[in-house]
Design a binder for this molecule. Structure first.
Ligand SMILES: Cc1cc2nc3c(=O)[nH]c(=O)nc-3n(C[C@H](O)[C@H](O)[C@H](O)COP(=O)(O)O)c2cc1C
Length: 201
């Protein structure tokens, strides 16, 4: 087993380790290193998942943006327990995160919204995300409507388009190892500190 890659260091802050792996992923992934699976629990108790983009992260957690009236938005309103998953194929690594989610401050969401291209800002108004769409032309008409509406006035962030912070209580690092003897380290938050343990693959 002397040819094994480095083992995961379990004696670190998991947010620092996340940063390290994320920086590696930015260099090696062909696209969207910030794509993460977001799993939520629907009001009927069933799980649901989809990809969203990580826009920033800090000691408090991981931030993504979405429409609060979407399926995920409604699920989160009803149950704030969520899970995230990053899989970086180029690194043969996975990071699993569990935590609770909350809406970020308006000022932070405004700042990010205002940094987006105009087309994306219009899109946030035009898309009734996750509602039934009878025909694509209806969406394109709505885009035109909002383009006209905001032609001469400043375009503001829709109240239904928000940033969400996932505050982690569990973070697991997984890396591929020969013979499927993968290396796994789980960090669990206890009060204000992280307790780590290794897991069988
Ligand atoms: C690479 C990728 C990135 C995406 N990023 C986002 C995102 O940041 N926010 C978002 O609302 N939807 C994003 N989507 C679309 C979602 O996967 C999903 O289709 C949409 O949010 C509706 O999900 P819901 O009906 O479960 O609410 C992305 C999809 C892909 C494939």
């Amino acid at each position: 087993m002397s040819t094994e890659p480095n083992f995961i260091n379990s004696d670190v802050n998991p947010l620092s380790l996340f940063k390290e792996w994320y920086e590696d992923a930015k260099k090696s992934e062909i696209n969207d290193p910030n794509a993460m699976n977001l799993a939520t629990i629907s009001p009927n108790g069933k799980p649901s998942s989809r990809i969203v983009l990580l826009k920033s992260f800090n000691e408090q957690g991981f931030i993504f943006y979405t429409n609060s009236n979407s399926k995920k938005g409604k699920s989160i309103k009803n149950n704030t327990n969520v899970a995230l998953n990053f899989h970086w194929k180029s690194l043969l690594k996975q990071i699993r995160i569990e935590g609770t989610v909350s809406i970020v401050e308006n000022s932070e969401a405004d700042k990010y919204y205002n940094s987006r291209p105009l087309g994306s800002r219009i899109g946030a108004w035009a898309s009734k995300q996750s509602e039934e769409l009878d025909d694509r032309s209806t969406l394109l008409n709505r885009v035109e409507e909002y383009e006209k509406k905001f032609e001469k006035t400043n375009i503001s962030r829709p109240a239904h388009w928000n940033g969400y912070l996932v505050n982690p209580n569990l973070i697991e690092f997984w890396q591929d190892m020969p013979f499927r003897l993968h290396d796994r380290v789980e960090f669990k938050k206890q009060k204000d500190s992280w307790i780590s343990r290794k897991l069988y693959p």
